[in-house]
Design a protein around this ligand. Structure first.
Ligand code: PEP
Ligand code: MG
Length: 576
């Protein structure tokens, strides 16, 4: 019988496929205590499963390329670290050796223990790490079950399937997407989670918060996932299927129409020119940025070079990566962001300070770079050398106050003088810009503009810091929304200050590439958008339908709104 499960739209699209359920915490809990003579065998069994889980993560890392690798590697790093965590491993061994637990039961016990510790934490960021523990232990349990029952690898082939789970880790989503998965329905989770962001960049339809999905669905049920309207239809009728076919035809036609926009100029309906830049890290991103007609690279995140290596990348290694990026853009400007390590972007080379109570508020971004001037200067030299091959701008992350920009400029001058002494011919001037992602930087932006040649607003972090809400924490959905009036006022303040100082201001957070926010950002005066290159055509298309002058005329009304619900209502009125 037809059944409709409502959920929250996390990534648009539709898909028709068979349900594949992943029940949470399906631990093979055999609670019979081990006999003394079984202990060594059980430990071996457990460690084989741990090795399999480590191996899976390594293989997964090797398979990912391009934007996907950029988005997923940090989660793989976090999960790999957990699998090697001495305390976790000792706890498991003790449960088997001393407590006579079987491997599955020991894993469940450790999971429950750690979950309780994380749940009791005040810090929402740390509390949200419980999800990582769940996902890592579930991976080991699944390896354990495969060994015992020789069960087929569940994750292997998902062709024609729609995954139904409580949550899904970004790494698993990346792997499944490469194996023909059609869509995802989760019973919890948030539209701002990293998995949701990944689903959007993969073009995979996703519905989150479909509360009863796991209880009501069965493996192999036919599902029409309608992530255009926020529902999953189980046992769809002939009418549902006709609607799906109509959507498919439209999607194909829309894809063809968008492709014709690749070489079109970016203008609003009333003819205002807008600059569209790409957030690009890999050669594949750069190629896509060129073919989709980006005006340049607005954000190149260099930390991914550092996260990939076990040791620090040398000046030459960095130079080659930056030079290839500059050459790849064929004379269009490229914005290279200096290292933004710290918080959840832990490095393998040991730069990040361990044991900070509050890493998201700790020594990250430029704060970290200025603590390691030798490492930072190596990066600045590599950037300067790459700038001989085309126009380069340098962007500094996590700026809080002017003295950080002054210090960066001083190090830059020293690096330049060194290179000149080595007879390397350098371009005269590289524009130096500040990321605006710390509330203090946004509020005091005029002071920063005295030292910055341009600004790039990082709304992912700015929203998180203004609202004191971790964007990965699905318990905070009602707070972490870019429509919050406090955030809009800050954006308007920063964009206006840049305009008055006649210095370019771009925006490179997730909302820059989300067509749901394009009208709002135009209304606030933004004229430079930076986004993943896969989003360029949709945003160009959206801009062509919007009237700049009319939207600017509504800015004051939007800025007077007092709640995010009110902003959403006003926006809905503007868009129709
Ligand atoms: C941001 O914070 O909005 C941003 C673009 O930087 P990142 O996502 O790398 O922190
Ligand atoms: Mg940021």
């Amino acid at each position: 019988m037809r059944l409709v499960l409502p959920g929250t739209l996390a990534s648009r699209g539709m898909a028709l496929g068979r349900a594949r359920l992943v029940q949470p915490s399906r631990y093979a809990v055999d609670t019979r205590p081990l006999g003394e003579d079984e202990i060594e065998g059980e430990l071996e069994h457990l460690h084989r499963a741990l090795d399999t889980a480590r191996q899976e993560l390594r293989e997964l890392r090797g398979k990912l390329h391009g934007a996907l690798a950029r988005e997923v590697n940090e989660f793989i790093d976090a999960h790999s670290l957990l699998l090697d965590d001495a305390e976790l491993l000792r706890g498991l061994d003790d449960l088997v050796r001393i407590g006579h637990y079987r491997a599955g039961a020991a894993l469940k016990k450790q999971r429950d223990r750690l979950a309780a510790v994380f749940e009791a934490m005040d810090d929402p960021y740390l509390r949200s790490r419980k999800e990582d523990i769940d996902q890592v232990i579930a991976r080991v349990v699944s390896a354990l079950q495969r060994q015992t029952s020789a069960e087929e690898r569940k994750l292997a082939a998902r062709v024609g399937e729609i995954l139904v789970a409580d949550t899904i880790a970004p790494a698993d989503m990346a792997q499944l997407a490469g194996n023909g998965l059609l869509g995802v329905v989760t019973s919890s989770g948030s539209a701002y989670s990293h998995s949701a962001i990944l689903a959007r960049s993969l073009g995979l339809p996703m519905l989150v918060g479909a509360r009863d999905a796991l209880a009501l669905l069965h493996d192999d049920d036919l599902i029409l996932l309608d992530a255009e309207h926020g529902e999953a239809i189980v046992h769809p009728t002939a009418q549902d299927l006709a609607r799906y076919r109509a959507w498919q035809r439209e999607a194909v036609a829309e894809g063809r129409r968008l492709a014709t926009l690749a070489n079109a100029p970016t203008r609003t309906r009333d003819g205002v020119e807008i600059r569209l830049l790409a957030n690009a890290e890999t050669p594949a991103d750069v190629a896509l940025a060129r073919t989709r007609g980006a005006d340049g690279v607005g954000l190149y995140r260099t930390e991914f070079l550092f996260l990939r290596h076990k040791s620090l990348p040398s000046e030459d290694e960095q130079f080659i990566a930056y030079r290839d990026l500059v050459l790849g853009m064929g004379g269009l400007p490229v914005t290279i962001r200096t290292l933004d390590l710290g918080a959840d972007k832990a490095d393998a080379a040991g730069l990040v300070l361990r044991g900070e109570d509050n890493p998201a508020l700790g020594v990250r971004g430029v704060r970290l770079s200025l603590r390691y001037p030798a490492v930072f200067s190596t990066q600045l030299r590599a950037i300067l050398r790459a700038a001989c091959y085309g126009p380069v701008r340098v962007l500094v992350p996590m700026v809080t106050q002017p003295d950080e920009l002054i210090a960066v400029r001083t190090l830059f001058k020293l690096a330049r003088a060194d290179l000149k002494r080595e007879s390397i011919d350098l371009p005269e001037k590289l524009p130096l810009g500040a990321m605006i992602e710390v509330p203090a930087a946004a509020i005091n932006v005029r002071a920063l503009l005295e030292h910055a040649d341009f600004l790039a607003i990082g709304t992912n972090d700015l929203a998180q810091y203004v609202l004191a809400a971790d964007r990965g924490n699905d318990a905070l959905d009602n707070i972490y929304t870019p429509l919050q009036p406090a955030l809009l006022r800050l954006l308007s303040h920063v964009i206006g200050a840049g305009r008055r100082a006649r210095k370019p201001v771009s925006l490179c957070g997730e909302i820059g590439g989300d067509t749901g926010f394009t009208a709002l950002l135009l209304a606030l005066g933004l004229t430079e958008f930076s986004m993943h290159p896969s989003q360029l055509l949709q945003v160009r298309d959206r801009l062509a339908a919007l009237d700049h002058a009319a939207l600017r005329g509504h800015a004051a009304r939007l800025l007077r709104a007092t709640t995010h619900e009110q902003v959403a209502e006003l926006l809905a009125q503007l868009e129709c």
